[in-house]
Write a protein that binds this ligand. Structure first.
Ligand SMILES: [Zn+2]
Length: 275
């Protein structure tokens, strides 16, 4: 970068920072959402946030957009989770969503300090914790490929974590915490179930929202949701796999199975893996 480039970069860098500081106060109320811990003061972005954002090519508006996608879709995702569990005669308390990884926000999770570039469901305090810069990165990756708005990518990420909450409730009641069966259920099926639930939840939401829409438009919306959801999972997984996570291609397949066949297939998936 030449001298002029550096000057332009610094102007944008600090303009973005000062705008963010100016905007911080009016946005304060938005942060105290029913499913957030009460945060009456939003700390400003830190130099470390700006470094990470710069590295990932993420702007403050990308973060606001990610927050808005989560805020606007969470009630519908929660509804999908409640309906899923209701089939098994269960009900659960909606997990609280918390952001970390910016503004000096540490996830106050009983599951320990969450590492960056991650999201985690903590069953000890029933919270879903997101590094918001990571979420914004995934949305940006998907949008860059699809030229769509990326909201289904955000919903997939939230639905996956919600899937863990659902799974925990299911496994705890069906098998009993601490039992060997619970351990097997929890370890072997964890990530697959969450991906399956994410697919089923997104498909239900798209169908519900497009009931009065012409068939071609509904099908288009479904294909966007399916594409964004699968790409989001691929973005976070790539071709790697380990004891818990299947490779990205398999995660996309499981998401699609949930999307096309509904939540019933996620139960079957669970049982199939336990055998
Ligand atoms: Zn997971």
């Amino acid at each position: 970068m030449n001298g002029f480039g550096i000057a332009v970069f610094l102007v944008f860098f600090f303009t973005g920072l000062s705008q963010d500081l100016v905007q911080a106060q009016p946005r304060a109320r938005d942060f105290s959402r029913p499913y957030h811990l009460d945060q009456s003061f939003i700390p400003p972005l830190t130099p470390e946030d700006l470094r990470r954002m710069n590295q990932a090519n993420i702007a403050a508006r990308d973060i606001s957009e990610a927050e808005e996608f989560v805020r606007s879709s969470y009630p519908a995702l929660d509804q999908a989770a409640q309906e899923y569990l209701a089939k098994a005669g269960l009900k659960f308390q909606t997990p609280v969503i918390q952001y970390y990884g910016y503004r000096n926000l540490k996830a106050p999770s009983r599951c320990g300090e969450s590492r960056l570039d991650n999201a985690i469901y903590c069953f000890l305090d029933n919270t879903i914790n997101f590094d918001i810069i990571y979420l914004a990165k995934v949305i940006r990756f998907v949008k860059g490929k699809t030229k769509t708005d990326g909201k289904y990518a955000a919903m997939t990420m939230v639905a996956h974590e919600l899937g863990h909450a659902v799974d925990y409730k299911w496994a705890r009641l069906v098998a009993g915490v601490g039992s060997q069966a619970w351990g097997i259920l929890y370890e072997l099926t964890l990530e697959r179930n969450a991906d399956c639930f994410a697919g089923a939840a997104l498909s239900k939401i798209v169908i519900d929202r497009t009931r009065k829409v012409a068939v071609p438009d509904r099908e288009k919306e479904k294909s966007i949701a399916l594409l964004e959801g699968r790409l989001a999972l691929y973005a976070v997984q790539g071709d790697r796999s380990d004891r818990y996570y299947p490779p990205g291609e398999e995660r996309m397949r499981i998401f699609q199975k949930g999307f096309e066949e509904g939540t019933g297939t996620c139960y079957e998936l669970k049982l199939e893996k336990v055998k």
